[in-house]
Write a protein that binds this ligand. Structure first.
Ligand SMILES: [Fe+2]
Ligand SMILES: [Fe+2]
Length: 169
């Protein structure tokens, strides 16, 4: 495979989104471990979850709804699950004592909400996108997703103040 083909495959929106999902799972492991800096892992996670979800909604979900082979209801359901994930994230960000009982309970809820969403997104919307969206378009969407994700990250999108604004709508 040529270097150009490699690059194109790296920017396929499906691959880029799935990469983030695996990164989020790694951050969950760090947030559970008392051998890790859990607060730092949560900050990293918060920024990534917000940037990822906002970039999906701004650049990917709308485009996928316009493709015949992607189920519009699944995409809209994904937006609702993003809102659930953001609420669960805020609840954890508001716990002062990292590793406390409240932290554990709220972390479990966050993991449950976000894992459920990633699983469903991969099984429905992303599989459908692989089948029905041409490769060139998937690459364009991957580039647009990454640009919006970078803009979000540069604006401190994971701060508790910003997450609170998102939850309040
Ligand atoms: Fe996602
Ligand atoms: Fe999503």
């Amino acid at each position: 495979m040529t270097a150009k083909a490699d690059r194109t495959q790296d920017q396929d929106v499906v691959a880029v989104i799935i990469d983030d999902h695996r990164t989020m799972e790694g951050l969950f492991r760090r947030m559970r471990s008392n051998a890790e800096d859990r607060a730092a892992a949560l900050n990293e996670f918060s920024a990534l979850l917000v940037a990822h979800s906002e970039a999906e909604e701004a650049e990917v979900y709308g485009a996928l709804k316009r493709f015949g082979g992607v189920d519009t209801e699944e995409v809209e359901h994904g937006e609702e699950e993003h809102a659930d994930g953001t609420k669960a994230l805020l609840a954890l960000l508001e716990v002062d004592d990292v590793g406390s009982d409240a932290w554990d309970t709220r972390l479990a809820k966050l993991v449950e909400a976000v894992s459920h969403h990633m699983d469903e997104e991969e099984r429905t919307v992303l599989n459908e996108a692989r089948e029905s969206v041409p490769e060139g378009r998937r690459t364009e969407l991957g580039i647009a997703f990454q640009e919006e994700r970078a803009r979000q990250l540069a604006s401190d999108c994971g701060s508790v103040e910003h997450v609170r604004e998102l939850v309040r709508g």
